[in-house]
Design a protein around this ligand. Structure first.
Ligand code: SAM
Ligand code: SF4
Ligand code: FES
Length: 340
């Protein structure tokens, strides 16, 4: 097993069966995390890129079985920020020193192509890179957002197991999700994807396929998160993913895609109070602190126990910066694009 990890560290290639062998064997986890940390240091250095996250609407027309924002969840108080509020949060993010804002929402059909392009153009005036995370759109919509200034797009494939994908996503299709990722790449976005770890009936084999898929689509960013069951969804009784397995999938992703950006995800910190720092020491090089203000944070309840719901943007910025510096890493002052 140690030899396999050494091989991955040198060649950045593993076969599916080699990946599953490592995923199944917990006796070499420390060696795996160390190798991934070494590869992170060698290829992307000690800088950590901060992206300010704006959760601008929790309204969603989809019914992903795992997600608290799904349309059938009647227990959630819904909200949608006005364009002025979104632009104002972005302005404040730039004042806090962020070089990127991530605009994330449910699949909210309210915002037209024209509305969003206007918002993007306004935000661009604050010298920010923009990442969008607003779901599946048409080629024309993606093109308009790119032309209006969006630089990156996050759209997790969630799982590459087509049967499981179907079970988890009523009225959605795996093929359309892949189509979106390919369109985004064609349009010149930096493309982010990723998966959930610990979905019901998810196999280790399929997690190995997920990692190979990230390589196949030539991803620029990959976010891995443990699935955390939400009591207001059909998966309320499920066990959910573990921090350890999510960290292993993330570490293997770093070994195979050495130059990409990898966030230490909020879901990891929800399962482990030091989760983001452990992730940063096991292959990650990005953190996405929340810059949404007030009660909106609590209402963007994808899963229970989400961190920082009562904290202010200024507090989070100081909190995470301090933790990053304590482990001897530095906060990047550039846009943090993917350097190949
Ligand atoms: N609607 C957009 C989309 O689906 O791409 C963006 C927002 S969505 C809430 C962002 C991510 O949240 C999803 O890609 C999914 O992986 C994650 N997520 C949803 N429910 C989750 C849960 N119960 N536990 C962990 N992550 C979850
Ligand atoms: Fe909507 Fe995204 Fe949640 Fe699916 S994961 S229900 S698309 S917010
Ligand atoms: Fe929000 Fe630490 S990052 S309180």
């Amino acid at each position: 097993m140690i030899e396999l990890i050494e091989k991955a560290k040198k060649t950045h290639n593993l076969t599916k069966s080699e990946l599953t062998d490592i995923l199944k064997d917990n006796s070499v986890n420390e060696e795996l995390f160390k190798a991934s940390d070494d590869v992170r240091k060698k290829y992307v250095g000690d800088e950590v890129h901060l992206r300010g996250l704006i959760e601008f609407s929790n309204i969603c027309k989809c019914s992903c079985k795992y997600c608290g924002l799904r349309k059938d969840n009647t227990k959630l108080e819904r909200y949608r920020l006005t364009p002025e509020e979104i632009i104002n949060f972005a302005k404040k993010a730039s004042e806090y020193g962020y070089k990127t804002v991530v605009l994330q929402s449910g699949e909210d059909a309210y915002f037209s192509k024209e509305d969003l392009t206007k918002i993007l153009k306004e935000i661009k005036k604050y010298d920010l890179a923009i990442t969008l995370s607003i779901g599946e759109k048409t080629y024309e919509e993606y093109k308009a957002y790119k032309e209006a200034g969006a630089d990156r797009y996050l759209l997790r494939i969630e799982t590459t197991d087509k049967e499981l994908y179907k079970q988890m996503h009523p009225n959605m299709s795996f093929e359309n999700r892949v189509r979106c990722l390919r369109d985004l790449k064609k349009l010149g976005y930096e493309v982010g994807s990723g998966c959930l770890v610990g979905l019901p009936n998810q196999t280790i084999d399929s997690l190995a396929d997920d990692i190979l898929f990230f390589k196949e689509i030539d991803a620029d960013m990959i976010g891995i998160g443990p699935f955390i069951p939400n009591p207001n969804t059909p998966l309320r009784e499920e066990k959910g993913g573990t921090f350890e397995l999510a960290l292993k999938v993330m570490a293997l992703t770093r070994l195979l895609l050495p130059t990409i950006n990898i966030p230490a995800t909020t879901a990891m910190e929800t399962l482990n109070p030091n989760g983001r720092i452990i992730a940063l020491q096991s292959g990650a090089n990005v953190v996405m602190p929340n810059v949404t203000e007030g009660d909106y944070r609590r209402k963007y309840e994808i899963y229970p126990g989400k961190i920082c719901i009562s904290d202010t943007p200024a507090h989070c910025r100081n909190c995470i910066s301090g933790k990053i510096q304590l482990i001897g890493r530095t906060i990047s002052t550039d846009y943090g694009f993917h350097k190949r």
